[in-house]
Design a protein. Structure first.
Ligand SMILES: Nc1ncnc2c1ncn2[C@@H]1O[C@H](COP(=O)(O)OP(=O)(O)OP(=O)(O)O)[C@@H](O)[C@H]1O
Length: 585
């Protein structure tokens, strides 16, 4: 129930600005219904007039007048529908646009924890299936709901005004129709919600598989992958079948009941004529009129039940989008301090972190990175190197202790000023679709070509870019095929050099690149850390032997620290790590 409230609130928020358009759509749909309800009375009267004219010489002119009114009713009803559709298509596109914009903006403000804990495919589903479902439902449901409900009420009212006995014959099957509609709609509701969840799970799985396709192929895991996929697909199929069955079966059932109703109306009308309760022309007119009415009060039941599927999908989508809107955002510390140029450096004081409450990853870390110095963090995989980087950039906040820049807790700076001054070169560097120029100038949109070239030269990637036929204007495809992993890191280093951050975190990617690129990365790294305060997360120890200080991390605690030589002299854990790597090289 609370979830439905959430969905309605969501719709209210995005439809409220369009209240004038919704009002106009309502007015025109009511006008259309009015003429639709009026038309059968003209139809009945036309039959009565025609029968009178044929049997006892009634006036042909009055028959023609009624036929003209009948045609006018149909025309005006269609015109009103047309106007509603024009208004509606316009405002629903606008409302959907605002929803899409808000979702994208919200994602920009979300914490990294959200992205760590939600699969990409599921997030993508919000844009594809959920927003699409909402758009489809808004387009069809708003008009149809108003039109069909008013048609239902209007038809019943007019029927009883015209002839109570005929009206009673006509509504004979109504209780059964309502009962069936309610039972089946309840069932459909359950399975359509399930269908959405299963589709989202399937999307998440497919997305994950696509990302890991190379691993799947190299390990010959295609078969397992297909087996796993079958389970997700089977779950979707099962929910889809039940959802579609219960919502789809309503349509033929209602049609069947409507046809049965025609027979009841004809029988009822014939009885009234035979019992001499109405004249033959009036009776025939009533039969035609009530067949039309019988159709027009069953039509809303049929339409609403087929709309139900659409509405349910939209409500489920709205619930999910509303929940995303409620997600915790990054605390941007809007009223915080601005970070001034670094004077002393960075300190980690007794820093602990657990991504979850029950498992601490870092335990009381103490590190100082003096201004202009390079501190390298080394340690076995899973020791917490990347986690430290996540903390300095405030992707996550410390569970205990404090990280300070020039003595001020980094939580006191505005997030923008902190992030503008802390540059990051990730191990798995990302390139975006666009030109190479745009990719390097990503953090400094107003950079000139000369500045971009200069950064690329220092990052050892200029020669490669120049060798491409379109140079800096070369378009990079979405998955960055133009560049190898190492080259992507060089692009990322060039990007960082251009923004010239005060403090740098560099997660080196030398572990899976060829020796030539490795050397280039080494030169680029030396260039980017020159005269800069930096943290280097090192996987290959020979890349950081010149660091001013090396922190050796093991199981989330600092085991040893010192210069390369000091640590070798210790003959401890670092010494062993280094010797192992040298032997391997
Ligand atoms: N977002 C996260 N949520 C929960 N646990 C995490 C998250 N990121 C890392 N961890 C856990 O924290 C521990 C330290 O991970 P981290 O990535 O910091 O290690 P690392 O030293 O950088 O490893 P590697 O050398 O393999 O990159 C690991 O046990 C990992 O499972």
């Amino acid at each position: 129930m609370r979830d439905s409230k959430l969905a309605f609130k969501y719709f209210y928020k995005y439809l409220k600005p369009h209240w004038k358009a919704i009002f106009l759509v309502s007015v025109f749909s009511l006008i259309s219904t009015f003429f639709q309800v009026l038309a059968p009375t003209y139809l009945g009267q036309a039959v009565t007039k025609l029968t009178s004219y044929l049997t006892n010489g009634g006036s042909l002119n009055s028959f023609l007048e009624i036929v003209t009114l009948l045609a006018a009713s149909y025309l005006l009803s269609t015109l009103a529908i047309f106007i509603s559709w024009v208004i509606m298509s316009n405002f629903t596109a606008h409302a959907n646009n605002s929803m899409r914009k808000s979702l994208f903006n919200k994602l920009q403000r979300m914490t990294i924890r959200y992205f760590d804990t939600h699969q990409d495919g599921k997030i993508l589903s919000l844009f594809t299936s959920d927003l699409d479902n909402i758009f489809n439902a808004m387009n069809q449901a708003i008009f149809e709901l108003i039109a069909q409900v008013s048609l239902f009420v209007g038809t019943i009212y007019v029927m009883f005004r015209i002839n109570i006995k005929m009206a009673l014959f006509t509504v004979l099957t109504l209780p059964l129709a309502l009962f069936l509609a309610l039972v089946l709609i309840k069932k459909a509701r359950k399975y359509i919600g399930l269908q959405q969840r299963e589709i989202s799970n399937l999307n998440g799985f497919v997305n994950e598989q696509l990302h890991g396709q190379a691993v799947i192929i190299t390990n010959g895991l295609q078969k397992q992958s297909v087996e796993e996929f079958k389970k997700y697909n089977q779950a979707v199929r099962s929910a889809m079948f039940k959802g579609q069955f219960y919502s789809g079966i309503l349509f033929p059932l209602m049609n069947g009941l409507a046809t049965l109703n025609f027979a009841i109306v004809i029988a009822g009308g014939t009885y009234l004529i035979l019992a001499k309760q109405v004249s033959m022309p009036a009776g025939l007119g009533l039969i035609v009129m009530f067949i039309e009415y019988s159709y027009s009060y069953f039509q809303p039941l049929t339409q609403l039940s087929s709309l139900y599927n659409l509405i349910e999908l939209a409500l489920t989508g709205a619930k999910r989008l509303a929940k995303v809107e409620q997600e915790k955002e990054e605390n941007r510390v809007i009223d915080g301090q601005q970070l001034a140029p670094l004077k002393y450096g960075l300190t980690l004081e007794n820093v602990s972190l657990g991504y979850s409450k029950d498992r601490e990853i870092l335990h009381g870390i103490n590190v100082t990175v003096p201004k202009g110095k390079t501190v390298a963090v080394v340690g076995p995989t899973g020791s917490g190197k990347t986690t430290i980087m996540n903390l300095v950039n405030r992707f996550y906040d410390v569970s205990a202790g404090k990280i300070a820049l020039d003595g001020t807790d980094i939580r006191e700076f505005t997030l923008t000023s902190l992030r503008n001054n802390v540059g990051i070169v990730l191990q798995d560097s990302v390139v975006f679709s666009g030109t190479i120029f745009e990719n390097i100038a990503f953090g400094k949109r107003d950079a000139t070509l000369a500045e971009v070239e200069n950064a690329a030269k220092k990052a050892q990637i200029h020669d490669y870019i120049s060798s491409l036929p379109n140079g800096y204007e070369t378009k990079i495809s979405e998955n960055g095929d133009t560049f190898s992993t190492g080259q992507r890191q060089l692009i990322s280093i060039a990007r960082t050099l251009l923004t010239n951050p005060d403090f740098l975190i560099l997660d080196e990617a030398t572990s899976n690149v060829d020796t030539v690129t490795e050397e280039k990365i080494q030169v680029a790294m030396d260039e980017v850390i020159k005269n800069r305060t930096s943290f280097v997360i090192a996987h290959r120890l020979k890349t950081i032997i010149n660091a001013d200080k090396i922190i050796v991390l093991k199981d989330g605690s600092v085991l040893e620290q010192g210069t390369h030589q000091e640590l070798l002299n210790l003959k401890g854990f670092y010494y062993k790590l280094y010797m192992d790597q040298m032997a391997f090289d």
